[in-house]
Design a protein around this ligand. Sequence first.
Ligand SMILES: [Fe+2]
Length: 920
Amino acid sequence: MAACNEITGFSQLGRSSFLPGNRSFLLGSKQNRLCFVSPALLEQRRRGRLRSVEKAAATPVVATISEEVVKLVAGKQQQKLKVRAALTVRRKLKEDLKEVIVNQLDALSDKIGRNVVLELISTEINPRTKKPKKSGETVIKDWYEKKNVKGERVVYTAEFDVDSAFGEPGAITVVNRHQKEFFLEGVVIEGFACGPVHFPCDSWVQSTKDLPTKRIFFSNKPYLPSETPAGLKELRKKELNELRGDGNGVRKLSDRIYDYATYNDLGNPDRSIEFARPTLGGKEIPYPRRCRTGRPPTDTNMVAESRIEKPHPIYVPRDEAFEELKQGAFSAGRLRAVLHSFIPSLIASISADNHDFQGFHHIDNLYKEGLVLKLGLQEHLIKKLPFVRKIQESSEGLLRYDTPRILSKDKFAWLRDDEFARQAVAGINPVSIERLQAFPPVSKLDPEIYGPPESAITEAHISGQLEGLTVQQAVEERKLFMLDFHDIYLPFIERINAMDGRKAYATRTLFFLNPIGTLKPVAIELVLPPAQPGATRPSMVLTPPRDATTNWLWMLGKAHVGSNEAGVHQLVNHWLRTHASMEPFILAAYRQLSAMHPVFKLLHPHMRYTLEINALARQSLINADGVIESCFTPGAVCMEMSAAYYKHHWRFDFEGLPADLIRRGMAVEDPTQPHGVRLVLPDYPYADDGLLLWSAITSYVRSYLQLYYPDSDPGRIRSDSELQAWYHESINVGHGDHRDAPWWPPLDTSDDLVAFLTTLIWLASAQHAALNFGQYPLGGYVPSRPPLMRRLLPEPERDADEYGAFLADPHRFFLSAMPSVLQATKFMAVVDTLSTHSPDEEYLGGTREGPAAWTADEEAEAAHRNFADEVAAAEEEIKKRNADPTRRNRCGAGVLPYELLAPSSPPGVTARGVPNSVSI
Ligand SMILES: [Fe+2]
């Protein structure tokens, strides 16, 4: 073999494809190579290192060199060898003129020395200097030559001269002396005998004028902190320090600092007192922390952070921002277009006649004929938003929505009680239903303020509807269920009902389990706050209708339940329990876990774009006068309700699916099951499918963690400094308002770590998908689930005229209680967008591809492949379940299949698909 007389390195280049993504190790023949194994590596082996490193050590070659070179080294002379780097840079799909010009200038200045400088860092220490061995600096050599290359990705090359005793490369530093940042996807180094070394980057490399320090990228080999090779120890700390920042200053968009702040940026007190909002987070109003931006305070309130208004973006660390350079920006771009351009046009078009729908046909027309927007819409907007069409030869636009799926199979299903009940277990918010464990239901609110705690629902209201059972028997036989929004709403009802055009009750709905496994509503309780503290609450109990009048009242009652539910779904279950609660864990992960940490590698796909979508939400969705306040009944108190749930009910140990089901009485413990529970309501599509995915995530996390924290060495978790720092910072800072809660689980054993990580992955993927992607398909028909109610039920004692109007025209009354045309169309546009999958969405169990493999650990990759198989099997099982006529909550005449937890999906609004992360 030719290599035996030369330094193996550069000579290999001719034989390898040298393409990013070529992960094959180029193993030479052992017979004609001499391999130097570093003393550090030998020491690691002697100590019986982790299996992953052992496997890597199967090719522990630092450099393979000839016998002549051995003599040179023995004679204390170092031989140089050449290795080559391929850097994959991703370009923007569309660049404006200014960017094109700067690119050309950068290419020219590159030629005269303002270039991109690279240096390789060894995993080893130089025994003489006690510092990491370095290659010496080199530059990307073909930037100028490739200035006109077209394509999304451009591969640049560089060459390094390294000493023969360099060891294995563990990191590469990059300095960008150009004017403009560039997006580095990955680097592959070839020429070392151990084969190509991959450096996954996926990061913006800033110009030195914005960020003077060198960027550090580590190879894809996972290392626990205690096993960091000597040459990388300092760099590992340095990189984390940079990501943490010093907690001061206003963040620039080019920064990459992850830090914490309270939600003190939702209000805009400078605009007027009406737009002031309390700070969420802190002793008074506990809340998770969000990403710190460091903006100065407002003029009128030193505690409130000043706002950045659209279209200027809110700071998120540079690599968290959605980018136009890939289609990942598709949904986000559309959301921005809706929030920043479409809604203002909509308001300008129809706010002057902010009228009620004139009949159900008027709502239907939104899907058929469409609504003419008087104001012309810009061309780019029309292209981006599928529900806006241009009227030919006119400056007017036509607003025409897709028919929500919930209407597509049975237009009238929403009117039926069985469908109302079915949606509690297979709808957009299937996580509020609970089993009634004692009758009557009781409030936990302070009776001194809210009066006697017992519900007004009596046995007489429901006993005739229980298939011959007494209420007590029905409770004991686990046949009574409840949607209970009483305690979360009642403290806010007075303020809500004082708002113009907002009316709400605190509701409870009881359901009976039919012998065939479906639920039927048997009573709805509508509660208002007491007139004086401690007095009895005014309350109305509705039971299934018997005549025309009670039919309409029942429909209005169900609409109020739907409106309560829409608020809890959006503010609590969707926003708080997935989006907002994940953010501190993500901030802490970037601050405390090195990119080399195996837990960081596991979590990385589940953190994608969450900070950015949450920032966009703070800017335009959950802010004062934002979309959520304007479209949901609680209006200005929306976020206070969200915070009240966090304060009184949120517990991390109940956020995993099995624990949540047990808390709600929907499952009992069953050690014979892989997930440890048995459903009380067997045909509960969300929970039934959710448990399949929960089990798959658990077994993946368990098998992955075994590679790094084997049961044979139980002390590893406690002694992992980064892991413990991450966990404790997440609790003590990110969720610091609950830091003293007794329910935080310990993080001592592998079972603890499996449970913790499984819960996070579950929340980011399946739980979010179940709560997010049905928003338009299942919730886009406003009468079925009004996000906002404008009237209480008519009562002759309260307002005889209003009652008379109701009797005379119940249709009109019903529609006047619904959202207005503007409120409804705005809501529909936003939830349609939020329900959309991007074309490049990354789904649970999907391949983790890139120019550099996410991990060099083949067993970790194998664990991920097994996970993919298990997820695919879950998908097949879900398909079968949806075709099973005995499962009446997902199969039957006109019944929508339950696909929100079917893992894969094409792009668009599909009501299925489980992305890896909270990204929309
Ligand atoms: Fe979401």
